[in-house]
Design a binder for this molecule. Structure first.
Ligand SMILES: [Zn+2]
Ligand SMILES: [Zn+2]
Length: 142
Protein backbone atom coordinates (compact mmCIF):
# COMPACT_ATOMS: atom_id res chain seq x y z
CA UNK A 1 0.00 0.00 0.00
CA UNK A 2 1.65 3.22 -1.15
CA UNK A 3 1.76 6.15 1.21
CA UNK A 4 -0.70 8.93 0.36
CA UNK A 5 -0.99 12.49 1.59
CA UNK A 6 -3.89 14.84 1.09
CA UNK A 7 -3.87 18.59 1.03
CA UNK A 8 -6.10 21.48 0.16
CA UNK A 9 -5.97 25.07 -0.97
CA UNK A 10 -6.50 27.84 1.57
CA UNK A 11 -10.33 27.60 1.50
CA UNK A 12 -10.55 23.83 1.06
CA UNK A 13 -12.47 23.86 -2.25
CA UNK A 14 -9.59 22.14 -4.03
CA UNK A 15 -8.19 18.91 -2.63
CA UNK A 16 -5.09 17.18 -3.95
CA UNK A 17 -3.58 13.81 -3.19
CA UNK A 18 -0.01 12.62 -3.69
CA UNK A 19 1.00 8.96 -3.70
CA UNK A 20 4.31 7.23 -3.08
CA UNK A 21 7.51 9.14 -2.46
CA UNK A 22 8.60 12.51 -3.82
CA UNK A 23 11.42 12.57 -6.38
CA UNK A 24 13.07 15.40 -4.48
CA UNK A 25 12.50 18.01 -1.79
CA UNK A 26 14.16 21.30 -1.03
CA UNK A 27 13.99 25.04 -1.22
CA UNK A 28 13.85 27.27 -4.28
CA UNK A 29 15.20 30.80 -3.88
CA UNK A 30 14.37 32.13 -7.37
CA UNK A 31 12.74 35.51 -7.90
CA UNK A 32 9.77 33.89 -9.69
CA UNK A 33 8.91 31.72 -6.69
CA UNK A 34 9.33 34.76 -4.47
CA UNK A 35 7.07 36.95 -6.58
CA UNK A 36 4.42 34.24 -7.01
CA UNK A 37 4.36 33.06 -3.39
CA UNK A 38 4.94 36.44 -1.72
CA UNK A 39 7.38 34.57 0.53
CA UNK A 40 11.20 34.62 0.63
CA UNK A 41 11.62 30.96 -0.44
CA UNK A 42 9.48 28.14 -1.84
CA UNK A 43 9.65 24.81 -0.01
CA UNK A 44 9.09 22.32 -2.83
CA UNK A 45 8.31 18.63 -3.11
CA UNK A 46 8.61 17.18 -6.61
CA UNK A 47 6.41 14.32 -7.77
CA UNK A 48 5.97 12.39 -10.99
CA UNK A 49 2.83 13.80 -12.63
CA UNK A 50 1.01 10.45 -12.38
CA UNK A 51 1.42 10.49 -8.59
CA UNK A 52 -0.48 13.77 -8.18
CA UNK A 53 -4.29 13.89 -8.42
CA UNK A 54 -6.84 16.64 -7.90
CA UNK A 55 -9.47 14.71 -5.93
CA UNK A 56 -11.98 17.53 -5.39
CA UNK A 57 -12.79 20.93 -6.87
CA UNK A 58 -10.97 20.58 -10.21
CA UNK A 59 -13.35 23.26 -11.55
CA UNK A 60 -11.74 25.75 -9.14
CA UNK A 61 -8.19 25.16 -10.35
CA UNK A 62 -6.88 28.16 -12.24
CA UNK A 63 -3.42 28.27 -13.74
CA UNK A 64 -0.86 30.66 -15.10
CA UNK A 65 2.15 29.76 -17.21
CA UNK A 66 4.55 32.68 -17.55
CA UNK A 67 7.04 30.33 -19.23
CA UNK A 68 6.71 26.86 -20.72
CA UNK A 69 8.74 25.49 -17.79
CA UNK A 70 6.25 26.27 -15.03
CA UNK A 71 2.45 26.15 -15.04
CA UNK A 72 1.39 27.51 -11.64
CA UNK A 73 -1.91 26.28 -10.19
CA UNK A 74 -4.10 28.15 -7.74
CA UNK A 75 -7.65 28.11 -6.41
CA UNK A 76 -9.96 30.53 -8.22
CA UNK A 77 -12.21 30.69 -5.13
CA UNK A 78 -9.63 31.72 -2.47
CA UNK A 79 -6.54 32.53 -4.52
CA UNK A 80 -4.52 30.01 -2.51
CA UNK A 81 -1.56 28.46 -4.28
CA UNK A 82 -1.55 24.70 -4.76
CA UNK A 83 1.25 23.44 -6.99
CA UNK A 84 3.38 24.08 -10.08
CA UNK A 85 3.40 21.77 -13.05
CA UNK A 86 6.84 21.43 -14.71
CA UNK A 87 5.81 19.79 -18.01
CA UNK A 88 9.33 19.66 -19.49
CA UNK A 89 10.51 17.63 -16.50
CA UNK A 90 7.34 15.52 -16.13
CA UNK A 91 7.31 16.65 -12.49
CA UNK A 92 4.87 18.55 -10.31
CA UNK A 93 5.95 20.69 -7.36
CA UNK A 94 3.27 20.27 -4.72
CA UNK A 95 4.29 22.98 -2.27
CA UNK A 96 5.34 21.47 1.05
CA UNK A 97 2.81 23.73 2.78
CA UNK A 98 -0.01 22.23 0.68
CA UNK A 99 0.55 18.71 2.05
CA UNK A 100 1.23 19.18 5.77
CA UNK A 101 1.27 15.46 6.70
CA UNK A 102 4.25 14.77 4.45
CA UNK A 103 7.48 14.71 6.46
CA UNK A 104 9.46 17.44 4.73
CA UNK A 105 13.11 16.45 4.39
CA UNK A 106 14.87 19.05 2.26
CA UNK A 107 17.91 17.79 0.36
CA UNK A 108 19.02 20.79 -1.66
CA UNK A 109 18.64 24.51 -2.21
CA UNK A 110 18.17 25.61 -5.84
CA UNK A 111 18.60 29.03 -7.46
CA UNK A 112 20.61 30.04 -4.40
CA UNK A 113 22.40 32.73 -6.42
CA UNK A 114 19.11 34.69 -6.19
CA UNK A 115 18.57 34.23 -2.46
CA UNK A 116 17.28 37.00 -0.19
CA UNK A 117 17.17 34.64 2.80
CA UNK A 118 20.46 32.76 3.24
CA UNK A 119 19.90 29.50 5.15
CA UNK A 120 22.98 28.04 6.79
CA UNK A 121 21.78 24.47 7.23
CA UNK A 122 24.69 22.56 5.69
CA UNK A 123 22.67 21.34 2.70
CA UNK A 124 24.05 21.70 -0.84
CA UNK A 125 23.42 25.12 -2.40
CA UNK A 126 23.08 25.14 -6.18
CA UNK A 127 23.60 28.30 -8.18
CA UNK A 128 20.59 27.38 -10.35
CA UNK A 129 19.33 23.86 -11.13
CA UNK A 130 20.93 20.40 -11.06
CA UNK A 131 22.63 19.45 -14.34
CA UNK A 132 20.14 16.59 -14.91
CA UNK A 133 17.33 19.17 -14.98
CA UNK A 134 19.12 21.42 -17.45
CA UNK A 135 20.93 23.66 -14.97
CA UNK A 136 24.63 24.34 -14.44
CA UNK A 137 24.84 21.98 -11.47
CA UNK A 138 27.28 24.44 -9.90
CA UNK A 139 27.45 24.80 -6.14
CA UNK A 140 27.76 28.16 -4.41
CA UNK A 141 28.80 28.94 -0.83
CA UNK A 142 26.15 29.24 1.90
ZN1 LIG B 1 -9.49 27.64 -2.29
ZN1 LIG C 1 11.77 29.02 -7.85
Amino acid sequence: MAETHKGTCFCGAVEVEVTGKPEGMGYCHCSSCRSWSAGPVNAFTLWKSENVKVTRGAEFVGHYAKTERSDRKFCTSCGGHIMTDHPLWGLVDVYAATIPTLHFEPGVHVNYAETVLPMKDGLPKLKDFPAELGGSGQSVPE
